[in-house]
Write a protein that binds this ligand. Sequence first.
Ligand code: SF4
Length: 454
Amino acid sequence: MTIELPDPKKVGMVSLGCPKALVDSERILTRLRADGYAMSPDYAGADVVLVNTCGFLDSAKEESLAAIGEAIAENGRVIVTGCMGDEAETIRARFPQVLAVTGAHQYEAVVEAVHEAAPPSQGPFIDLIPQPDVKLTPRHYSYLKISEGCNHSCAFCIIPQLRGKLASRRIDAVRREAEKLVAAGTKELLVISQDTSAYGVDIRHESRMWKDREVRAHMTDLARELGQLRTADGQAPWVRLHYVYPYPHVDAVIPLMAEGLLTPYLDIPFQHASPNVLRAMKRPANEAKVLERLKSWREICPDIAVRSSFVVGFPGETEADFQYLLDWLDEAQLDRVGAFRFEPVAGAAANDLPGAVPESVKEERYARIMEKTAAISAAKLQAKIGRTMPVIIDLVGEADEDGDIGATGRSQADAPEIDGAVHLRDVPANLQPGDIVSVKIEDADEHDLFGVIA
Ligand code: SF4
């Protein structure tokens, strides 16, 4: 006897914003899948469309509103969630036909809204079949979110208003999720939060039993735990730490990188170097010894890659402050740098600060910092020519008319989506995304490396 399963209701998803928002989208979809929903790859096939918005900058809000408008025009049944969900009035004023608006991390509320808009098809088989987690990133890398919110109050940021105070996940839950991801084929874990070094502060670094041992909710314990993971073929997955502030205890994870337990990579959003600007920004871990610490980290782990982002044109930034930043960058020799022109965010304290920098000056400083950091990056990449290094494969191309196949991957110094790439020539036909291969570097430009499998 065959049992007819009812057609599952279909949900479309438009996910905007940062990797943290992407993790939220994955969680929502995972929950909906468990409730019997299927995913629709297009507007037309969806019973309801979820738009996960970003409300960080005014430009991101505009993009979010445009996405909501498009989903309404194409489908008509739209639920809005994410950071911009906190501005329900703005959204409803523009799009009164939106079915529901829920804020960031209100998973229950979004799921409930979907249930209301498109009640799930009932069926014992749908409800009992365990579904794998939904992933929006490629199978070989995964974001691992360890906390929500933030206890700081940087003048340009409204994340604490949007997402609340730091709320760390239990260490055993994080460890379990990491193990599951690796068992499912993840070769690279990207640890994310608003402030990774503060992990566990809010729960007093409480210990939990994990297998036969007690582990603390603390960044160094977490790093050590993640360093013990192994893939099905016995490899250590790459583990990258993002959004780390240079608190003193960060020093403790550098030896783990030297031992190969953690990927030698730190993403530290310094934002500026001038003490005046950092003070005005109210940045955490704003201390003068960062350059010395970078030096000592490189002594312990010479291959460590440090990525950072900087804001130029913050209110009150003088030419002397900006020149201080450029000189600091000369000393710091960071591997990867992202730069942004200061943009006032509605509700941020920085908007009331005196000394607004004219747009033309912001542009000019932006061009200067980009030129400086591109030159540093080019020199650092040139120095890698001739070396052999592990590369994780992201994409394998089609054979060209001579039968040669190219591939794109990343070295340990490159996080997905934000850093550079390694372009490979003449790869074997059986190469797969997620494979980690040893590559001889033959050439470099300002941001990327070029090589061949050794
Ligand atoms: S550390 Fe500062 S910039 Fe980062 S989320 Fe917290 S308040 Fe915002």
